[in-house]
Design a protein around this ligand. Structure first.
Ligand code: HEM
Length: 114
């Protein structure tokens, strides 16, 4: 089960790379959009994050920081709503684009610092 957990952590990093990468490649773009990398990255973070917690609780003797994970989940749900409702649109405001990227960076900081 540890190997499954480790593989999920790798997928969690790939999801982060996709979500943040989809945001960063548009730093100088006009108009900005919610691209597939952002959409699939957010969904990957949701699925892998929940699976990591479930596996840690159910099959492994790992301590889960519930406050930290709960805050990350709440922030990711905001990100997911933003990417979901704006997917497929021809343009999104700079505010929406920046909120998605900014909240992703906030979640990364919480993951590493807390
Ligand atoms: C945009 C959303 C997210 C980002 C950017 C993110 C980022 C990260 C990063 C960078 C790590 C590695 C931290 C470290 O090892 O020091 C991590 C680990 C982890 N994340 Fe997330 N995360 C996100 C969402 C979530 C969600 C929603 C959950 C759970 C519901 C979650 C659960 C976990 C768990 C359990 C680990 C620990 C893995 C381990 O080191 O054993 N994450 N996350």
């Amino acid at each position: 089960m540890e190997i499954v957990y480790d593989l999920l952590v790798i997928l969690h990093f790939i999801g982060l790379a996709s979500l943040l990468g989809g945001f960063l490649v548009q730093l100088r773009s006009t108009p900005r959009v919610v691209n597939p990398a952002m959409l699939h990255g957010a969904l990957t973070q949701l699925v892998t994050g929940l699976a990591l917690v479930g596996l840690a609780e159910a099959a492994l003797d790992y301590d889960v920081n519930h406050v930290k994970v709960g805050i990350k989940l709440a922030i990711l749900l905001v990100i997911t709503v933003l990417v979901w409702v704006n997917r497929g649109k021809d343009a999104v405001s700079t505010g929406v684009w920046a909120a998605i990227g900014g909240l992703t960076i906030v979640n990364t900081a919480i993951a590493v610092l807390v």
